[in-house]
Design a protein. Structure first.
Length: 294
């Protein structure tokens, strides 16, 4: 089943009735959505209230609930603690995975990310020859940080030489922040669903990061957000801003079809297969990871 991505940006009261999420605004019911159809629920207004019963239904159905702050930026994610019947076995496999396995897996992710960046540049008619040879430079664990070297070239070609990727800046950076946060939530959903523990990363290992593995796996998916932000920039006469319209456009990326193992899948479905593939590599069941691509 293709899961729905629902964003609520107006003051609302959300509650559960007959396994349906009921959306009330100004005392009137305006919509209802079967909880089992939900994949991601984004709460983008501080005046939204909800019942505990609805939240229970969400995590039982593996729905990721994203809560936004006063700047309308995703600030928190509700995920189920138990997302897979073999979670304990998978946790043991994660802990036992050797460094060579994790380094090989990270190299595959970095190569895939750069290949996707090349596709983005070509799709916006930018010369990408300067990046095409970079995936071949990536060694196990990416000790030379080819990822960062490629990024410096990529951002300059995509948004101009004056652009700097700074999460604290407005405009393009704000749009990228929002899009990445939404994508991160979707990847978290897939990671939990595969029985993986998101805090145990393969490259990102900050002790304060509870989503280190999610931040590893999201890397090849960031270019999906990049191409959408580029589109919004081209449609805007001035610097683009984070508005209800641009937010909806960014959220729409989760509904795109994407290629996985020579077949087109809805992104949320492809992510579940991607996370399962990572799990198999960490457990020694498979040698190579299968990564979604445009």
């Amino acid at each position: 089943m293709i899961k729905r991505i629902v964003e609520i940006s107006n003051p609302s009261f959300l509650h559960l009735k007959n396994n349906q999420m009921i959306i009330e605004q100004e005392g009137k019911e305006v919509a209802q959505v079967p909880v089992e159809d939900l994949g991601v629920l984004i709460l983008s207004n501080l005046a939204i209230t909800h019942t505990q019963q609805l939240l229970c239904a969400c995590w039982k159905n593996n729905v990721i609930v994203v809560s936004c702050d006063e700047r309308f930026m995703p600030g928190g994610v509700l995920i189920p603690l138990d997302g897979h019947s073999l979670q304990a076995k998978t946790l043991t496999a994660q802990i036992s995975a050797t460094e060579p396995v994790k380094k090989r897996l990270w190299a595959s992710i970095v190569k895939a990310k750069i290949r996707e960046q090349v596709k983005v540049l070509k799709s916006v008619n930018q010369e990408a020859s300067g990046l095409t040879h970079y995936p071949a430079k990536v060694k196990s664990g990416d000790p030379e940080n080819i990822e960062a070297q490629a990024a410096r070239i990529y951002w300059g070609l995509l948004f101009g030489k004056s652009f700097r990727r700074d999460p604290d800046d407005p405009g393009i950076n704000a749009l990228l922040n929002y899009g990445y946060a939404v994508m991160r939530s979707a990847v978290a959903r897939a990671v939990i669903g595969a029985g993986l523990t998101p805090a145990l990363g393969i490259h990102h290992r900050n002790q304060y990061n509870s989503f280190a593995l999610v931040d590893d796996l999201i890397e090849p998916l960031r270019p999906l957000i990049d191409i959408k932000v580029h589109e919004l920039v081209q449609l805007s006469a001035d610097d683009p801003e984070l508005t209800p319209v641009t937010k909806r456009e960014l959220v729409s990326v989760l509904g795109w079809n994407i290629n996985y193992k020579d077949r087109s899948w809805p992104l949320l479905v492809a992510l579940t297969h991607y996370a399962a593939s990572v799990r198999d590599v960490l457990a020694g069941i498979a040698k190579d990871v299968e990564i979604p691509e445009r």
